[in-house]
Design a protein around this ligand. Structure first.
Ligand SMILES: C[S@@+](CC[C@H](N)C(=O)[O-])C[C@H]1O[C@@H](n2cnc3c(N)ncnc32)[C@H](O)[C@@H]1O
Length: 414
């Protein structure tokens, strides 16, 4: 732990009572969400289990618990301060009303949707893929550091960089100088950050994972802290759990105070602060498209077939979606540099782990594969791709013509 970071054990309502009025610049809280569950998780080495309870007698009991703590948070906030309240669909409707009540609806700033992708079994509703973070302030004069992202591929950056004006009909047109040239609009920093944040959930192998249930990614907290605080500001997390907020605050040069009622949580947070680290997200660094490694040319050959492309798999290009008795039918297109047996081997190696009884290989070149047919695994069926089929039809046509003695010495000129 550093001199600028502290983690205290206890009910945050009582502990906040010891904090000086108006001394905190930013509060982030991720309290129990009214999930009506006991959250449990074992550490990666399976040596320990951590848990906390989120079971309530009623919505009223939960609302009362939150309301009392919000009032204390309001007291400790600096007049330029902000609160970010993390919740989900279980209680977001209750929390929003309480925040309006305590901070005033006029001090509502944003409803942030933290969106992530997670796999789960199909249920009789839509797969939950977001949580909500409410951003309120104490006043209009709040700290706000705008953040920018990259322009999307479809944005015409040339146009953004030219100054515009309204013409006599109120239409937006490019402004031109006396020589009829476009006037630069100054360098743009990028697209202002929106209220929908696509930040991956912590993966099970992430280095920053502590084994504490409902641990949030440092990247999420970094974004909040950058927006609403400056260096040396004091950041408070009254339900700090494994200390994610404190790690992010420390990495960004802020002072931080965490409180938690669980001894395990306090111990983990203190341990984490000895060497604060964050796991970079390759998804964010490289972009989602970087993970799309399916070969577009190969997939183009499957047009007309119902299939799902397979990413990051050397052996399978797609699964045909009309599955046989619940088995998936993997399909691979032969690559220019491969022979049929090589392509079949790649397909077989990947698909046999999936228990596929039928594997389809699309052949693109004459490889005399009938010669190897009995060397191919029995599950692999080779079909001709369009180019190969056409070449074979032409070759067969020429062969028959020749046999009939009808082949012209020279093909008809165009
Ligand atoms: C959702 S977890 C926080 C997870 C945390 N954001 C992280 O990244 O690890 C909620 C935490 O609130 C704590 N808690 C519950 N009631 C509390 C209270 N009255 N005062 C302080 N902490 C409390 C629980 O022990 C739990 O660690």
């Amino acid at each position: 732990m550093t001199a600028n970071t502290e983690v205290l054990l206890g009910d945050c309502l009582e502990v906040m009572g010891q904090i000086e009025t108006g001394s905190v610049n930013l509060v982030y809280l991720d309290p129990p969400f009214f999930t009506q569950k006991s959250h449990k998780l074992v550490t990666r080495d399976r040596q320990r289990e951590f848990s906390f309870d989120d079971v309530w007698a009623s919505h009223t009991e939960y609302a009362h618990f939150i309301f009392e703590r919000l009032q204390e948070i309001k007291r400790v906030l600096h007049p330029t301060g902000a609160i970010f309240f993390h919740c989900d669909r279980n209680a977001s409707h209750i929390v929003r009303i309480l925040l309006d009540e305590v901070f005033g609806a006029e001090n509502f700033r944003s409803e942030i949707i933290w969106h992530y992708r997670r796999w789960s079994n199909a249920q009789k509703n839509l797969l939950p893929a977001h949580q909500t973070i409410y951003f309120y302030t104490l006043s209009d004069g709040y700290t706000f550091n705008p953040q920018f992202g990259e322009y999307s591929a479809s944005t015409n950056v040339d146009q953004i960089w030219q100054r515009r004006r309204r013409d006599e009909n109120g239409k937006s047109v490019y402004e031109l100088d006396e020589n009829g040239e476009a006037i630069p609009n100054g360098v743009k920093k990028g697209v202002p950050l929106s209220d929908v944040w696509d930040i991956p959930y912590l993966n099970p192998k992430a280095a920053e994972r502590t084994g504490y249930p409902t641990q949030k990614p440092v990247l999420l907290l970094e974004q909040i802290i950058k927006i609403a605080s400056n260096e040396n500001d004091l950041v408070l997390d009254p339900f700090c759990g494994s200390g994610t907020t404190l790690v992010a605050a420390t990495l960004l040069g802020r002072r931080a105070l965490g409180i938690d009622i669980s001894e395990d949580a306090v111990a983990i947070a203190r341990r984490r602060l000895v060497a604060p680290t964050k796991t970079e997200s390759n998804l964010l660094l490289l972009g989602r498209d970087a993970y799309k490694s399916a070969d577009e040319e190969a997939l183009a050959l499957l047009q007309g077939l119902a299939f799902v492309p397979v990413q990051r798999n050397r052996g399978i290009d797609a699964f045909v979606t009309s599955d046989i008795n619940g088995y998936l039918v993997p399909i691979r297109v032969q690559r220019p540099e491969e022979s049929i047996p090589e392509a079949a081997l790649h397909l077989y190696r990947s698909a046999s782990t999936k228990n596929a009884p039928l594997m389809i290989l699309v052949a693109l070149r004459e490889g005399g594969y009938f010669a190897f047919a009995n060397e191919l695994p029995p599950e692999v069926v080779v079909v001709d791709g369009p180019a190969l089929s056409i070449n074979k039809v032409i070759a067969e046509f020429l062969r028959r013509r020749e046999a009939d003695g009808m082949l012209q010495a020279h093909p008809p000129s165009a």
